[in-house]
Design a protein around this ligand. Structure first.
Ligand code: ADP
Ligand code: F6P
Length: 324
């Protein structure tokens, strides 16, 4: 088995996430240590189609573990959903002698890897997204850094919000998932947490809550609003009109995706990068790497993509209880 895979490639796809560089570095260095050749594909599937393929040596991944973003660049490439385009991608891999591919991205990127695997390219997916919305894993590369970045930013907004005795609606990322909102809501001690998975949005209840808390002497009122609910600016205007309390919206946006990765993101991404290479060396394909119950694990991509993930009920219930 071990001599089947000789040259592997790595690409990053979808939204960048802090820790992707640690994963790239681990893929490159593990592969070289195991006697493989490694290539980097720039700009995700778009770069694959444009043959933006470079040789990677140990020194190419020096001084990157501490950097946010991805040194390979990333892109969204909608046309990769089409079978003829996927076939072109597989043909390009074969032309460049790539017989193993590590794809670092979210579940959209996994679908591209799944397509390439079906076309004979050994492919392994690594969970790279700040959204934590990949069902087969409790951990995704970048989430830890993103929630810490958002948490620090929310603390700062709270300082000024309390000083001015305002209400703040703070919108965090997460696409359709509310994990960043839930974690920050709890970690920042928010008075209200709005997430799409538990869409119980009742503006009058929020307004009543603000008025009641103000009567109790609270000088701030922080509402963490997930991107999946959105409309933070209009929400803030309506809250101000109804309560008479100055209300500001802050949309944290892409700053949540940047910055130097936390220790956790560097560590997990490093182990996952090595794990992906070792799966390829074992002759495995069409697998995704995850972390569950204290262990690094792997699943068949089809099985992983069929899984569903919910917001943890107990944490959600406690988040409501603590927001008093
Ligand atoms: P993420 O990987 O973070 O979920 P996207 O959903 O934007 O981000 O997907 C990243 C890229 O993966 C897309 O731009 C596209 O190139 C590829 N991709 C997404 N969905 C599919 C699909 N159904 N089939 C093949 N490739 C896909
Ligand atoms: O998937 C990561 C993410 O940052 C989401 O939280 C967000 O909805 C999306 O990407 C934003 O994408 P873009 O950078 O293309 O605007």
């Amino acid at each position: 088995m071990a001599d089947q895979v000789k040259t592997i490639a790595v690409l990053t796809s979808g939204g960048d996430a802090p820790g992707m560089n640690a994963a790239i570095r681990a893929v490159v260095r593990t592969a070289i240590a195991r006697g493989l050749k490694v290539k980097g594909i720039e700009r995700g599937y778009m770069g694959l189609l444009n043959e933006e393929i470079i040789d990677m040596e140990t020194h190419n991944v020096s001084d990157i573990i501490q950097k946010g973003g991805t040194i390979l660049g990333t892109a969204r490439c909608p046309e990769f959903k089409f079978p003829d385009v996927q076939q072109k991608g597989a043909d390009i891999c074969k032309k460049h002698g790539i017989d193993g591919l590590v794809v670092i991205g979210g579940d959209g990127s996994y679908r591209g890897a799944q397509a390439l695997a079906r076309l004979g390219i050994n492919a392994i997916g690594l969970p790279g997204t700040i959204d934590l919305d990949i069902a087969c894993t409790d951990y995704t590369i970048g989430f830890d850094t993103a929630v810490n970045t958002a948490m620090e930013a929310i603390d700062k907004v709270r300082d000024t919000s309390s000083s001015h005795e305002r209400c703040s609606v703070i919108e965090v990322m997460g696409r359709h998932a509310g994990y960043i909102a839930l974690w920050c809501g709890i970690a920042n001690g928010a008075e209200d947490i709005l997430i799409p998975e538990k869409y119980d949005y009742n503006e009058q209840a929020i307004i009543n809550n603000i008025i009641e808390k103000r009567k109790m002497g609270k000088k701030h009122h922080i509402i963490i609003n997930a991107e999946g609910i959105g409309h933070s600016n209009s929400m803030a205007k309506r809250i101000e009109a109804a309560t008479g309390i100055e209300t500001r919206a802050t949309i944290l946006g892409h700053m949540q995706r940047g910055g130097s990765p936390t220790c956790k993101d560097r560590y997990y991404a490093s182990i996952m990068g090595a794990y992906a290479v070792d799966l390829l060396i074992e002759g495995k394909t069409k697998r995704v790497v995850g972390y569950r119950n204290g262990e690094f694990i792997d699943y068949d991509i089809e099985e992983a993509l069929a899984m569903t993930k919910n917001i943890p009920e107990y944490s959600f219930e406690i988040s409501k209880l603590l927001a008093k």
